[in-house]
Structure formats: C-alpha cells, structure tokens
Ligand binder design. Structure first.
Ligand code: HEC
Length: 317
C-alpha cells in the first residue's frame, strides 16, 4: 500500500485556497486579515489540523480495506491507482491545434524528392498559427479604419487624457495625505481645526521664546511684518522645520514635529500677523513683501501698522 504520493501536495494546496478565501472574505483594510485578527490565525491553525486529521483517517481506512482484499483484488486496486491521469479533451485539442499527422500516417504527406535519404513532409500550417494570422488581419483592418480613416483619437490625446486623470488622482491623494507637505508645497492653512492644532503645538513648544501672543522674547516678534528669515508660509515652514541661524536658539523642529504639524503651527504663526501683542519686541529683519501679493499691496502702503492689517487680509484672501 504505497499510495502516499499526494497528501503533501493536497494539504498545502487546500490550506492555501482556504487561506486565500479568508483573506478575500474578511475585510481587514490594508493589513492582512490574519495579522489584524488573531482569531483568523486560530481558525487557520484549526483548518490545518483538520486537514491533517482527515488525511490520516482516510489513509488508515484505505489501509484497513486494502488488507481485507484478496491478493488478486489488491493487484487490481494497485493497478487502477497507478494508472496515470489523462485529460482527454485537453490532449485532443492540443493535437488538433498542432495539426500534425501522427507518425504512423506520415507516409501520406511525404514528398517525392529524396536528398541523400533526407525527405520532406508536406505538413499543414498549424491551426493555432493560422487562426492567429487571420485574427491579426481582422485586427489590422479594424485598426486601420479606426485610427487612420476615422481618426478616432491619437497618441497625444491619449497621453493628455492619462496625464489629466493622473493629475486628478494626485489632487485626490494630496487631500488625504497632509503629511506629504514640505517647504515647497506647503499652503497656508485656514481651516479652524488646523489653526487650533497649530495653536496647541505653539503653546506647548514655542511660547517660552516667542510668548503666547507671538510678541517675542528670546525669539523675535512674530506679529510684525519684519522677518529675519523670510515671511510667507513657505519661508516660515522652512524656518520652523530647519531652525534659525546657528547659535541663535531656534532649533530645527523637524525632529519633533511632523510635516503636517509644522504646516499647522506655521499657519498659526502667520495668523499673528497684524495683531497687537502685550509686549511687542522691536521689529528685526526685513520687511517681507509677498512676491505673489496683489498689486495694491505696495511696500509704501504697508509702511504704517494700520494698513498692514489691510494688506495682510488682502494677501490672505
Ligand atoms: C529656545 C527658544 C525658541 C523656541 C523654543 C522657539 N523659537 Fe522660534 N526663534 C527663536 C530665535 C532665537 C529665532 C531667531 C532665529 C535667527 O535669528 O536665526 C527664532 C525664529 C523663529 C521664526 C522666524 C522669525 C523671523 O523673523 O524670521 C519663526 C517663524 C519661529 N521662530 C517659530 C517658532 C515656532 C513655531 C516654535 C515652536 C515650534 C519656535 N519658534 C520655538 C527662538 C525659539
């Protein structure tokens, strides 16, 4: 009784099919189900155990039955088992597609000539090849009509469409991935939730040097329009992320804050613009003019604090 051949194929095969089905059926988001839900692991171990038990029991039963057979019946049984499996339909189709004559019938298609004993068979073209060839002709006609006669669309249009679609996907992605911002892509956040988060970050990290109202202390005044390291959301983001000039005391916050958090606190810092702190530090650095600001906000108009308020609100809108 030697038929142990296939259990080591069957058990893993069935196991992985069941594993695949569980992964497919159990909704576990990004993570594989068996990592997210330990119950799934228990279930899979149980399934594996069950498969092994079934295999062992069937073999045992087979063995017992085999022993009860007569000698002759045992031989027949073994013969039947060892007959290898043939997939009739598959083999016939394969033969038909090749279209070659079986060796016994080659006499019918042998050609007359004979070169030193080398002879030639007049085989048909293999049907698989012929059908492919016909298909390619049909394809060519349809293609020619669509793209050279009726000019449905060309590669450039196709490219533009795909780029536009990809652009939309990027926009969509950026909406959900705020953590992706850096000093080049950051935009001023105006959402109340973001500013509130920025305020929390500011009050737990920055007030020691900049004061709660941004009036300044060890660090410069953040409410005026003068900036040592440049104003505007991109420069402010960069300053907070990379820190100030060496030895001044403003560290690079990128070690402690995530990009999204830096964007929030930078936006909060910019919301100080035009407010009047209790104890304002004298302005340091240069007057910052937003290069993208509307024309009306000329530096001359910005000179007085009154108008600074106006020009900022224009810039922010
Ligand atoms: C240890 C004190 C200290 C802390 C804490 C601190 N800063 Fe500063 N900050 C400074 C100093 C000093 C400067 C000036 C740097 C320079 O001159 O290069 C500065 C500069 C800045 C500037 C640039 C101002 C300009 O005029 O260009 C911004 C914006 C700023 N800090 C924001 C923050 C934020 C946001 C936090 C909290 C996450 C923070 N700082 C925490 C000391 C500090």
């Amino acid at each position: 009784m030697k038929n142990t051949s296939t259990w080591w194929i069957k058990i893993p095969l069935i196991f992985f099919i069941i594993f695949g089905i569980t992964e497919f059926v159990v909704d576990s988001g990004e993570m594989p189900a068996f990592i997210k839900y330990p119950m799934v692991q228990v279930f899979l171990v149980f399934v594996l155990f069950l498969l092994i038990v079934i295999a062992v029991i069937t073999r045992a039963i087979e063995n017992v039955m085999f022993q009860t057979l007569s000698k002759e019946a045992q031989e027949r049984y073994i013969a039947a088992k060892s007959k290898s499996f043939h997939w009739k339909w598959g083999e016939e189709t394969y033969q038909n597609l090749l279209g070659s004559k079986p060796i016994e019938k080659e006499g019918e298609i042998i050609l007359d000539h004979n070169y030193d004993g080398i002879r030639e068979l007049d085989n048909n073209l293999p049907p698989w090849w012929v059908y492919l060839f016909y298909a390619s002709i049909v394809f060519a006609v349809v293609y020619l009509a669509r793209f050279h006669v009726f000019n449905e669309y060309d590669q450039i249009q196709e490219y533009d469409q795909e780029v536009a679609a990809a652009q939309l996907e990027i926009e969509e992605y950026k909406k959900t991935a705020k953590g992706l911002v850096d000093a080049n892509t950051v935009e001023l956040l105006t959402d109340a939730g973001d500013l509130k988060a920025g305020q929390t970050i500011f009050e737990s990290n920055c007030v020691a040097c900049h004061m709660v109202d941004g009036g300044g202390g060890i660090g410069p005044n953040l409410t005026d329009q003068n900036w040592i390291l440049g104003g505007g959301i991109k420069n402010v983001f960069h300053t907070i992320s990379e820190g100030g000039r060496d030895g001044k005391g403003m560290i690079a916050w990128k070690q402690n804050l995530k990009p999204a958090e830096i964007a929030q606190v930078a936006s909060y810092v910019l919301s100080f613009q035009g407010t009047t702190p209790a104890n304002p530090k004298a302005a340091e650095g240069d007057l910052w003019v937003d290069p993208n600001a509307p024309e009306s906000a000329t530096p001359a108009e910005e000179a007085s604090t009154e108008q600074e308020v106006d020009s900022t609100s224009v810039t922010m809108n």
